[in-house]
Design a protein around this ligand. Structure first.
Ligand SMILES: NC(=O)c1ccc[n+]([C@@H]2O[C@H](COP(=O)([O-])OP(=O)(O)OC[C@H]3O[C@@H](n4cnc5c(N)ncnc54)[C@H](OP(=O)(O)O)[C@@H]3O)[C@@H](O)[C@H]2O)c1
Length: 316
C-alpha cells in the first residue's frame, strides 16, 4: 500500500468511527430532556440514560430494556453487548432460555460497570420450592458471572410458589437481589402470594402489546403498586404487527417506525418494555422513542387494535 492509499484508508476508518459515534450520540442526546409525568407515574430521566421508574421498594428501574428469549451463543453475546453499547442498561434473561452464560459474556464484553446495569433473571417452574429456588438462584448467578441480580422473578405461578418466595425474600434480605417479583401472575394469584408474603412483589412481567392490552390487569397492578412489565412488546412479530396499517399511519404522522410507535405506547402507559432484536439497526431504532408523543387520537386508534387475547396460546 502506498502513502496515499494508507492515508485514505486511515481517513476512511476515522470517518466510519465518527459516523458510528454520532449515531450513538444522537440516540443518547434524546435522553437529555429532563422529567415527565404520565398520569400518576413519575418518570425521571437523568444524564444520558433511559427514563427510570421507581419500584415499590424505592429502587430505580429503566423503563426500556433488552429481551433475550431465543437468543443463544455468539448471537446472544453480540446482541447483548451491542444493546449495552448503544445505551440499554436493563437486560432480561431466564434460566429456561438456556442463555445465561452468553448473556453474562455479552455483559462482560460491553465493558460497562456492573453497578450501571439492571440485570433480570427468572426462576423456572422445575426449580420451585424453598431449597430448589436457593440452588437455582446460585446457578443463575454463576452462569451470568455476577455477584447479585437487580431483579429475580418467579417465571410462572406453578409449583411451590410460597416456598420459592420465602427463598427469594431471604436472598433479597441478604442483598443478593435488589428487587423480587413475579411473571405471568393473574390478580388472584398475586393476591394469594401477597397474603403470605413479607415482601411485596415489585414487578409482574406479563404478555402485553397492542393486540392484548390487558386493561383489567393494568388497573389491578396499579392499585397494589406492582409495576407492570411487558414481555413480547411486539407480540414477537405475530398477527402482522410490523405491517399493521393503523400503526403504520400513526408512525408516518410522527416520522417513526411501527416498532417505535409500539414502544412509545408502552412507555406512555407507564409500562417497562423489553424488546428483543438481533439487528443493531433495530436495537438502536428501538431506543429512539423519547422525542415524540402519541396524542389522544393515536391512542384511540391503538385502543381499537385490542383483541383481548394472548398471541401465544401454545404457552397455556
Ligand atoms: N416472562 C415471560 O414469560 C416471557 C415470555 C416471553 C418473552 N419474555 C421476555 O420478553 C422479551 C421480548 O419478547 P419476545 O422476544 O418474545 O419478542 P418481541 O420483543 O415482542 O419481538 C421480537 C421480534 O421483533 C423483531 N424486531 C425487533 N425490533 C424490530 C424493529 N425495530 N423493526 C422490525 N422488527 C423488529 C425482532 O426481529 P429482529 O431480530 O430481526 O430485529 C424479533 O423477531 C423476550 O426476549 C424475553 O426477554 C418473557
Amino acid at each position: 500500500m502506498n502513502k496515499m492509499e494508507k492515508k485514505n484508508q486511515s481517513e476512511g476508518i476515522k470517518r466510519r468511527e465518527f459516523l458510528q459515534n454520532s449515531a450513538v450520540f444522537a440516540v443518547s442526546a434524546i435522553f437529555l430532556s429532563g422529567y415527565k409525568v404520565y398520569g400518576s407515574l413519575s418518570v425521571s430521566q437523568m444524564g444520558n440514560s433511559i427514563p427510570t421508574v421507581k419500584l415499590n421498594n424505592g429502587i430505580p428501574m429503566p423503563m426500556l430494556g433488552f429481551g433475550t428469549n431465543t437468543l443463544n451463543g455468539s448471537v446472544c453475546e453480540r446482541s447483548v453487548s451491542d444493546a449495552i453499547s448503544v445505551g440499554y442498561r436493563l437486560i432480561d434473561t431466564a434460566k429456561v432460555y438456556g442463555n445465561e452464560e452468553s448473556v453474562g459474556a455479552g455483559i462482560k464484553q460491553s465493558g460497562v460497570k456492573r453497578e450501571e446495569l439492571f440485570i433480570t433473571s427468572k426462576l423456572w417452574v422445575d426449580d420451585s420450592g424453598y431449597e430448589n429456588a436457593k440452588k437455582a438462584f446460585e446457578t443463575t448467578l454463576n452462569k451470568l458471572g455476577l455477584e447479585y441480580l437487580d431483579l429475580y422473578l418467579i417465571h410462572r405461578p406453578r409449583g411451590d410458589v410460597k416456598g420459592s418466595w420465602k427463598a427469594m425474600e431471604e436472598l433479597y434480605g441478604k442483598g443478593k437481589i435488589r428487587a423480587i417479583g413475579v411473571s405471568n401472575f393473574e390478580p388472584d394469584q398475586l393476591d394469594e402470594l401477597m397474603a403470605n408474603a413479607k415482601i411485596k412483589p415489585a414487578i409482574n412481567q406479563i404478555e402485553t402489546h397492542v393486540f392484548f392490552q390487558e386493561h383489567k390487569l393494568y388497573e389491578a397492578l396499579k392499585k397494589v403498586k406492582v409495576q407492570m412489565e411487558a414481555w413480547s412488546p411486539f407480540a414477537a412479530g405475530r398477527n402482522g404487527i410490523f405491517s399493521n396499517q393503523t400503526l403504520a399511519e400513526i408512525g408516518k404522522k410522527h416520522n417513526k417506525s411501527i416498532a417505535q410507535v409500539c414502544l412509545r405506547w408502552h412507555h406512555q402507559r407507564g409500562i417497562v418494555a423489553i424488546p428483543r432484536s438481533t439487528q443493531k439497526a433495530h436495537i438502536i431504532e428501538n431506543l429512539d422513542i423519547f422525542d415524540f408523543e402519541l396524542d389522544k387520537s393515536d391512542l384511540q386508534k391503538i385502543a381499537t387494535l385490542d383483541l383481548n387475547k394472548t398471541q401465544f396460546p401454545e404457552w397455556g
